[in-house]
Design a protein around this ligand. Structure first.
Ligand code: NAD
Length: 300
């Protein structure tokens, strides 16, 4: 099966490399020449545009930064829709607004092209070793058709529901992870202020109702979990800017549905502030370093 891969950046390149390793023939395209060169070095051939890649492929995969990039790559001039043959299947693995997934799917359906959304969780390390978690939204038959390619890139491929549902699952997960990172950071700063040892507090919380995946695996305080980004100068991991983006998508989805959300917008603003103080490209657990106590002694 020949796969067209569009968007060969931080995540796309190692994902494409795993497809090549598993025997798929891949033709790639990226608007940035260096990113396309990286894909060629990983074993793909170079396409001239998204439309060109789509024309030459049985299955089209996209891994792009955000909603607007996905709309452009599929529906803009020279995009997938200009090259893809009717009956083909497209798999968008970017993290975007579920409504945009549905809009792109509807536009492609008008020319008998199928679409599933399949965002990922796991970051660069798991993209590289092919163990991403992949949440898929789409028709069950289409998901099965995409599965061989998806299992070449991920260890867990879960069919969530109709088109857009993969994105919904991703946003819900990251809403919880983003909020938890801020909450754990706040808790450990308070404990620190009272002179409570962070390791002892971690032991206590790990056996109590405040335990979270974030604290267990991605502890924001350095030196407590060997594999956490915090123990490696907050090298991502998953960047603060990406987590802020995902919380923004969750907040927008909530607004669209008129679901009141209070905690996630607050967490998003904390992450945005951390980003504006130079932490945008650090792991999102670096929010802990941003929540330093004030150095002034003003009364509270
Ligand atoms: P990235 O910016 O490193 O890569 C995206 C690539 O898409 C870039 O090389 C860019 O040039 C290319 N691109 C943009 N518009 C294009 C177009 N119209 N046609 C062709 N190429 C185009 O981003 P990334 O870190 O690889 O993330 C991709 C997606 O995966 C995002 O939605 C992100 O939220 C999600 N994600 C990222 C991570 C992570 O750890 N980096 C983890 C999980 C999910």
């Amino acid at each position: 099966m020949k796969i067209g891969f569009i968007g060969t950046g931080t995540m796309g390149r190692p994902m494409l490399a795993n497809l090549v390793k598993k025997g798929f023939v891949v033709v790639a395209y990226d608007v940035v020449p260096e990113a396309l060169a990286g894909a060629v070095a990983a074993g793909a051939s170079a396409g001239g545009s998204a439309a060109d890649v789509a024309r030459r492929s049985d299955l089209i995969i996209t891994m792009l930064p955000s909603s607007s990039h996905v709309e452009t790559a599929y529906l803009g001039a020279g995009g997938v829709k200009d090259g893809v043959a009717s009956g083909r299947l497209c798999v968008d693995m970017s993290t975007i607004d579920p409504s945009v997934s549905r809009r792109v799917a509807a536009a492609l359906a008008r020319q008998q092209v199928r679409f599933v959304d399949a965002p990922v969780s796991g970051g660069v390390a798991r993209a590289t070793d092919g163990t991403l978690a992949i949440m898929v939204g789409g028709d069950a038959h289409d998901v099965e058709e995409a599965r061989p390619a998806l299992v070449a890139m991920g260890a867990n491929v879960i069919h969530v529901g109709a088109v857009g549902s993969g994105e919904v699952a991703k946003l819900c997960n990251n809403l919880i992870a983003g909020v938890a990172a801020v909450a754990v950071s706040e808790a450990f700063r308070i404990a620190e202020g009272f002179g409570v040892d962070a390791k002892v507090l971690t032991d206590v919380i790990s056996k109590s109702s405040g335990n979270t995946w974030i604290m267990e695996h991605m502890h924001p305080v350095p030196g407590l979990v060997a594999r956490s980004a915090s123990s490696h100068e907050y090298a991502p991991g998953f960047m603060t800017d990406l987590m802020a983006k995902d919380l923004g998508l969750a907040v927008n989805a909530a607004r669209e549905l008129r679901v009141p959300v209070v905690v996630s917008p607050a967490a998003q603003q904390v992450l945005r502030l951390a980003s504006s103080h130079g932490l945008g490209r650090k792991d999102f657990t670096a929010v802990y370093t941003f929540l330093k106590p004030s150095s002034t002694q003003a009364p509270v």
